[in-house]
Design a protein around this ligand. Structure first.
Ligand code: MSP
Length: 535
């Protein structure tokens, strides 16, 4: 949505966020999954010509981080600084994540504003003092209800376990401050009803609606038994509950309380990407906090499923033993970015397997896509000295390719850009690649080339132009998913001098046939997807 005049009404940026991750350890495949998804969404919308703001960051307060730091004999701040600089930021750089900002909850730009927000709620009468006793899961940083706890077995016999972490919960009894969350149930239900796309996918939405219908309890928003957090401004014996602190990052990072103009241009988010484990925080508590403060609600909370290991959510304690870097070392960064989004329906759980990754890499990336690119470049070089020939009149076969491309662009744009169906959108593009491969096999330009008559040469030119122009579109469409590979292809097609930078190519123009001009210099270039080494 572009602003039309100097008076700006409402947000102008397409604002995407990831959860801010706990820095108790280095990032694993599960964290990278959400962050790559956000990056692809971001790059897609940028190529739609929209202004986009992509935010990620780290969640650094709370008992979990404090205990990890203690166990490692350093202060929590030292622990966070080290992990952020040595593990988190480098991984996002390595994976080519194009985030616009990285917020850390220990930064003053965040902590000061969190205090203001909570003070404001207090002044509005939304917060009161009370006592609470209940089972708390430190890995979740959340009070649990008795009903959801599991009975421990084996080493945990006789204890109650968190249903997510399968670890014993701790009984806590504290004097706390409470946010009047219970008052917001009806308003939240009204909002879900009026905005059916607010929570995605459907299964996630249903779960939240059912949860809220059961009735909400007030939320304890402070802790007093430890001090690694933001202090409650009117009572410094308490720190603000880490989830309240964390959720506010989505506001503080874009200028809440500090930069009005930027805040108005960006807030609220168009998409908060979250794992389904933290859906309720985002779809219940966060909107209630915003309602209580008179701020607008995000447009969409999109929950992704879990990467699983042995039937359980992949987590620090049950990792595959495979780090993101190990996979990128073997398959390359682009293939890594592509694989998880391609192989797992977004919103559903999925398992990772080395075999499946290898098989898809070889068949779809190396054979279908990579070979197409290298065959076309080789033939333009062999038959036309590397100058892209002009196409003669289209026959039916060419028209089918042109139509196939138009369909693929429409489908991919709807699925990736609107529905966050990355697997479906990528499949649409790869179906088109298959179609172009089929076209080449049928037209057999290597046979046509043997006939030196002008008609046959014109036919050869048409076939190769059609294939190269199709590749031009593939480079544009796959750039959000595989930016390095797309840049190589863009280069090999000699597209930049006439069409400009790849990142500036619009999705809406990807299907405009004939953009790559005849005469472009096509070079053989680097192999897009090299054969995998034996593992
Ligand atoms: N710090 C909170 C989030 C606060 S947001 C205001 C938190 N952090 S976390 O480090 O535990 O990361 C949670 C997120 O990482 C999940 O919501 C999900 O997006 C991602 N994933 C972590 N493990 C995952 C899988 N096994 N599979 C898919 N995503 C996973 O919760």
């Amino acid at each position: 949505m572009a602003a039309t005049g100097s008076e700006q009404a409402g947000p102008t940026a397409y604002y995407v966020s990831t959860p801010i991750y706990y820095v108790n350890d280095a990032p694993h495949l599960g964290h990278a999954y959400t962050t790559v998804a956000g990056d692809v969404l971001t790059r897609w919308h940028r190529q739609r010509g929209e202004k986009v703001w992509y935010l990620t960051g780290t969640d650094e307060h709370g008992q979990k981080i404090m205990r990890t730091a203690e166990a490692n004999g350093v202060s929590p701040q030292e622990w966070c600084d080290k992990l952020v600089e040595e593990a988190w930021k480098p991984l996002w750089e390595h994976l080519n994540i194009a985030n616009d900002d990285f917020i850390r909850t220990t930064e003053r730009r965040h902590t000061d504003r969190v205090q203001e927000f909570v003070q404001d709620l207090y002044d509005r009468g939304e917060i009161y003092q009370g006592g609470y006793e209940g089972p708390y899961c430190v890995p979740c940083e959340e009070y649990k209800t008795y009903g959801e706890l599991l009975d421990g077995e084996g080493e945990f016999e006789g204890q109650k376990l968190c249903p997510i972490h399968k670890k014993p919960v701790e009984m806590l009894q504290e004097e706390n401050y409470f946010f009047k969350l219970s008052a917001y149930g009806p308003k939240l239900l009204e909002h879900y009803e009026a905005n059916p796309d607010f929570i995605q996918p459907e299964s996630a939405r249903n779960e939240v609606v059912q949860f809220v219908r059961q009735g909400l309890e007030d939320l304890s928003i402070s802790r007093s038994t430890f001090d690694w957090g933001v202090k409650i401004p009117w009572d410094d014996k308490h720190v603000i509950y880490v989830w309240i602190d964390a959720l506010l990052n989505y506001a503080t990072a874009v200028g809440y309380g500090s930069d009005r103009r930027r805040f108005d241009e960006t807030f609220p988010a168009d998409v908060h990407l979250v794992g389904k484990d933290i859906l309720r925080f985002h779809a219940v508590i966060w909107p209630a906090m915003l309602m209580a403060n008179g701020l607008p609600l995000p447009r969409r909370i999109a929950a992704n499923g879990w990467l699983m290991v042995g039937g359980e959510k992949m987590s620090k304690s049950n990792l595959t033993g495979i780090s993101p870097q190990e996979l990128t070392g073997h398959f390359g960064v682009d293939a890594y970015r592509w694989y998880f989004l391609r192989a797992i329906a977004f919103g559903q759980d999925g398992s990772f397997s080395w075999e499946d990754f290898s098989a898809r890499y070889t068949s779809e990336l190396a054979n279908d896509y990579g070979n197409l690119a290298s065959r076309v470049a080789a033939m333009v070089n062999k038959y036309f000295d590397g100058k892209l020939p002009a196409s003669a009149a289209h026959g039916e076969a060419e028209q089918a390719v042109v139509d196939g491309l138009a369909g693929a662009v429409r489908e991919a744009d709807r699925r990736i850009g609107e529905e966050l169906d990355f697997a479906g959108g990528i499949a649409a593009i790869f179906d088109f690649i298959k179609q172009v491969n089929g076209y080449l096999t049928e037209q057999a330009p290597w046979k046509v080339a043997k006939d030196t008559s002008p008609e046959a040469q014109a036919r050869l030119a048409t076939i190769l132009y059609t294939a190269a122009e199709s590749l031009r579109a593939c480079a544009v469409l796959l750039n959000p998913v595989m930016p390095e590979t797309s840049a190589k292809l863009w280069d090999s097609l000699g597209a930049e001098p006439s069409l400009g930078a790849l990142a500036d190519q619009r999705i809406s123009e990807a299907a405009d046939w004939g953009r790559l001009p005849a005469g472009s210099t096509v070079t053989k270039g680097a192999v897009l997807f090299p054969r995998l080494e034996e593992k």
